[in-house]
Design a protein. Sequence first.
Lengths: 534, 321
Amino acid sequence: MTSNHRIHDFVSALAAAGALEPETLDEVAVPEAYVTVKSLSVEHWAEAARLAKAHGLRWAGCWADEVSTGYRLYVLLAANGQYVLLVAAWKEDDMPVPSQSTSYPAASRMERHMHDLLGIPWQGTTDTRRWTRHRAWEADQYPLRSNFPLQTDKTGHTPVDNHYPFEPIQGDGIYEIPVGPVHAGIIEPGHFRFQAAGEPILRLEERLGYVHKGIEKLAVGRDADSLVRLAGRVSGDSTVAYAWAAAMAIEQASGMAVSPRIQLIRGLLAERERVANHLGDIGAICNDVGFAFAHMQCQALREGWLRRNAEWTGHRLLMDVIKPGGIHCELSEDMRARLLDDHEQLRKEIRPLFDILDDHPSLEDRLLTTGYLSAATANELGVTGYVGKASGQNTDVRHDSPYGPYQNLQFSTATLEAGDVAARLAIRQMEIFSSLKLMQDMLEKLAQLPEEQMLEQDFPTPHVTGSLAIVDGWRGEILVFLRFDQQGKVVRFFPRDPSWFTWPALERIVLGNIVPDFPVCNKSVNASYSGHDL
Amino acid sequence: MADLLNLKEWVAVLGQLLMFALAAPMLVAWVKRVKCVLQNRKGPSLLQPYRDLSKLLKKEVRVAHTASPLFRATPYLVFSAVLVAASTVPLLQVHLPTTALADVIVLVGFLALARFFLALAGMDVGTAFGGMGASREMLISALAEPAMLMAIFTLTMSAHSTNLSSVIQHVLDTGLLLRPSLLFALLALLLVAIAETGRIPVDNPATHLELTMVHEAMILEYSGRHLALMEWAAQIKLLLYGVLISNVFFPWGIAETATAPALAIGALAILAKLVTLGMVLAVSETLVAKMRLFRVPAFLNLAFLLGLLGMLSYVILETSL
């Protein structure tokens, strides 16, 4: 059964169940080659998830949006690079929406997020605890609704969030370890509640939301340029991917084509971001098991890479390089040659380093079989990116649903079945090599395209109300949903980070491991706090 | 046997104590420095630990309000216990009145005393990390102590004395003779020293990951001069093990009389030995990753086994000599 058939069969099954609305609710611009949009009646919301599960679809995120006539609910489902976007209308006096979390466990937190921010009530869900709301606003206030002010007059301290009901385990000798949100090292804030018997972990429950910045609300009223800048700050380490996705959504909505040269340069930037992050992660994983040597070597390589970024674009992490309709910096012939040299140099330096990592008994002892994520669990949670690839989930947007420059580039994606920390490390190593190959091809193609003048052009007003873009960030599949008003200003921005799925995966990964192995499990997943807390 | 009432000898003991306290940060700095070089880094100055200690000594002490008086007393207890333990290990000269008073079993006892209070203080505040660190420390030390005693018994059996001075004198007298029992004891003691001083692969002194810590987790709640004393005590402990291993197994150069030239040679000799030992430690720490916690028992069982083999080979091979 090919993927096309799977989506097609699912849509037919929905139609047969009488779940589809005959007319389109709103206009949503999507990459038509691989995304279909269907309108669903809201009472069939959970039914749709059940059917999707039966058809083996991956659940790729849900979000909601306030419109003049009520609310819109969106859910994106996927199978091997083909997507279907279901849209449903809901009004405040309607029944609570039947939850999809019974079919897809990963839906739970996103539904709780939707409840905290937009007040969508859920029915049939097992978990109704608040998620994003840390008492910074009242339980009956919903920041994303239009009646909630963009600037609140609330000042002073937010009340302490110390009564969150963690699920307890009872029994002899079982104790709790609360960790964070303030940690001994300098990392992002998140709270981890372990229940352990001696050293083995019985349960881990995450409590996130400490870096909630109100990004979705901050986007309201922005123009295209300013929105792309904001998108670049959803998660600082994925700034290229988010800016690109936001720019793609805007370009799609305004019907603007981007030249092949700009596409290639964007691809180059995205791959540079991927390589820098993977290098950092490989070192950090080794450092977490006390192998500082590899950490230092990777840090040095990453530093050289980032300095080249700064030299080329003016920003080490490539922030604000992509803009709607284009990019902010051209690639000169001289810089192109330097990048080619860099790639050759990096290849030469990582080979022996990776050889050490691959064949180091004391490192193997720590990484092999540690933090195992089964293919079945990865599939159930819909994990993408290196975490998914290490557990047999072959999803890569660049390959499965090629966009921009990837349409004309050949490359293969690798998956492993082992699902442990070592596999997640190995996938990162492979991705560095495949990115180097991709960048090589991109630079070769760029040599044949003349440099373009970066003109300050007037950006066309988006003429479709909604737009959805899907790109592959270094962590995995990233979605950006945008909706514009008549003047082309943003009224809804929803970025969905792959971390929405890798965070729940981490809770399962640590089971059966011992407490001191948690840091390396966590590092091997390296989910984003900022991208998730929004 | 040294004269217990000889004032000059007690001055020597005090001098040794001072040297232990002052030189300890330098050894840590040296190991760090070599590790940095091995990782293609520049590394901090050898004076950095002194700067850190003096900074901490000047800082205000913050104590959790759940802490009992034990928590405040522990840094002083630990520091003194380790320092007294250090006074029983001959540094520059073989014969010290303290070695006559306290033999090697007392040395192990003082270190155990320090550890006992350290673990209590770790649990005192009531945070999860302190308790976790204390439980891990006890796991490690329960296995390390027998291994250490076994290694030391091998030595004392061949020297027919538990007095460290006599042991060293014995090794000096018998000369450079490759004896399997000594080799096994050396290997056992090296492994024990790594575990007891919290070095890689047993514990990582440089870690910032609270969940993986052992020693660091117990002192996580300390600040200011309390923290300085705890850190300093840990540094002295590393030096103590370094000197113990160097002087017992490679005693050449140590002063047998308390004359100025002999002491000077002794000082140079111990410096050279520690520099070498520090390099060995740095290389081994660079080469291996930290062990999974549940591998540590196997590591220490190996140490125990080596100690046992040492003793057996002494009984079987060397008693007839």
